[in-house]
Write a protein of this length. Structure first.
Length: 256
């Protein structure tokens, strides 16, 4: 991303914070580090919602779009930033960009989910994060590349904080901690993980669920009142939890 500094606008109109939103912010941070001017259009969110802009790195220019007429905010951001290129993430973002009237810069769409040709109106290029998306998007005739997902940059873990994380869920060095770091929605199949943990009936074990989402209340009801399954919500100290867990479980139906 070196060379002539660009003005880059990301549009990520999602209602929660998960992998695609982390990807958007991570690439925005790397672009800023390379000397580019970078902005983000996100939904205006109530205080209780874990919106993408709440995790925005310093220096990122954020525009909050109202629930309707998001295209107006996209158009304003393009004008104020004098954007050279727009990177849209997820379907709502593509639709908002397509609805912008008048001159607008080239746009690329990052495919975080399945390819749907109708969502690529006014899109000049595609970024696929997996090879299967490249095959699935054969109908797209513009420029396209595969740039696989990368591990997000994490701070170094602090041994004292790792120990504190285990203490937070009532564990000592002998406790076996099983964990998941994921959004709490249907596709992540946390329900399957909870059921498997219950069925295993392990002695001196904890299940730590890091993340949040619309299914949290239903999953808490499924887990029951015991203290061996802990819901820890969205955390900003994930680097410590990665190392506090003895066994990480990915229970998703599918991942990009």
């Amino acid at each position: 991303m070196a060379g002539i500094p660009l003005s880059i606008l990301h549009v990520d109109l999602s209602k929660d914070f998960g992998g695609s939103e982390r990807y958007c912010l991570d690439i925005a941070q790397r672009q800023m580090a390379a000397g580019h001017k970078v902005g983000l259009v996100a939904w205006r969110a109530p205080a209780h919602r874990n919106a993408v802009q709440k995790h925005a790195p310093p220096g990122l220019i954020v525009y909050e779009a109202p629930p309707i007429f998001a295209s107006w905010t996209v158009k304003r951001a393009i004008r104020e930033m004098d954007a050279d290129i727009v990177n849209v993430h997820l379907p709502d973002s593509a639709r908002a960009f397509a609805a912008v009237r008048g001159p607008k810069p080239p746009a690329v769409m990052t495919l975080h989910l399945r390819y749907r040709h109708k969502e690529t109106k006014d899109i000049d290029g595609l970024i696929c994060v997996a090879k299967w998306q490249d095959r699935e998007s054969s109908e797209f005739t513009g420029p396209k590349l595969v740039a696989p997902n990368w591990p997000p940059a994490e701070r170094s873990a602090d041994p004292a904080k790792i120990a504190a994380a285990r203490t937070e869920i009532g564990c000592d060095a002998s406790t076996f901690v099983i964990g998941s770091i994921a959004r709490l929605n249907r596709i992540k199949r946390i329900d399957l993980l909870i059921d498997a943990f219950r069925r295993a009936g392990l002695d001196n074990a904890r299940l730590a669920l890091i993340g949040d989402g619309k299914d949290r209340e239903a999953l808490m009801a499924r887990a029951g009142a015991g203290r061996d399954i802990r819901f820890l919500g969205q955390r900003k100290d994930v680097e410590n939890w990665h190392r506090a867990i003895d066994l990480f479980v990915l229970s998703s139906d599918w991942e990009g």
